[in-house]
Design a protein around this ligand. Structure first.
Ligand code: 13P
Length: 257
């Protein structure tokens, strides 16, 4: 089985003014440039993407956008076309639960976004996750399969190292982290879904992060699980030293081999 390089994303969501963003970028650069054994992606709010690209230029840290629209240009007030991110962002979050559940994005929207991002040569981070009621009803697997299948319905082949973030909605911003066992078994299920669609080799190269109340204290046990290839971090990504600790813990867990 080929080794997967784990990947940690810092999703700042809608936080920080410009000065705060620039300060955090400077701190992250100082803490994490050159870190080995983990890929690091910083996802600031859209207005600070250019600042992030400047601040992280020439470092090992990548810039990610939190969202993008699938069409390249046009009369779509307030949207940012995926094509506009070229030269600024390398990664694009697609299908985050807040896009789905706060802004009503459908599985079909997610699929259009994902295809557009891939076609442009940018790298999607596909976020999937079940609601608490869905977990309690025992339908987690069906929900995730629907999300994965719809997002990838127009995709013929996945690039090596494609990234999925499994983020149970009940764990996001709640302090209720999934246990390492729940995260591991659900992520193994997601990997099997990728294998069903694209074959074992693609599934084995696919990196699947866990997200939902990850912090410096709980990341070690999560990252030690064989199928968990890093983390997508919200709240704790706003603190450079906590985020750096998370990245180093993931690197130290060694990833899968
Ligand atoms: P928290 O780490 O704040 O729970 O957020 C997780 C998340 O949504 C990352 O995309």
């Amino acid at each position: 089985m080929a080794a997967r390089t784990p990947i940690v994303g810092g999703n700042w969501k809608m936080h920080l003014d410009r000065a705060g963003a620039r300060d955090l970028l400077r701190e992250l650069r100082a803490e994490l440039d050159g870190v080995e054994g983990v890929e690091v992606v910083i996802c600031p709010p859209a207005p600070w993407l250019g600042d992030a690209a400047d601040a992280l230029d020439g470092t090992s840290l990548h810039v990610g956008a939190q969202n993008a629209y699938w069409l390249p240009h046009g009369a779509y007030t307030g949207e940012v076309g995926a094509a506009m991110l070229i030269g600024t962002a390398r990664y694009v979050l697609v299908g985050h639960s807040e896009r789905r559940h706060v802004f009503g994005e459908t599985n079909e929207d997610t699929g259009r976004k994902l295809s557009a991002v891939l076609e442009l040569g940018l790298l999607p981070i596909l976020a999937v996750g079940e609601l608490q009621a869905e977990r309690e009803a025992g339908t987690t697997r069906e929900v995730l399969r629907e999300q994965v299948d719809a997002a990838l319905s127009d995709v013929d082949r996945l690039p090596e190292g494609f990234v999925i973030a499994y983020e149970p909605v009940w764990a996001i911003g709640t302090g209720l982290t999934a246990t390492p066992e729940i995260a591991q078994s659900t992520i193994a299920d997601v990997r099997a879904m990728v294998a069903d669609r694209f074959g074992e080799a693609t599934a084995e190269s696919c990196r699947i992060q866990y997200g939902g109340s990850v912090n410096a204290d709980n990341v070690g046990d999560l990252a030690a699980q064989p199928d968990i290839d890093g983390a997508l971090v919200g709240g704790a990504s706003l603190d450079a030293s906590a985020f750096a600790t998370i990245c180093r813990a993931v690197a130290g867990a060694g990833g899968a081999s």
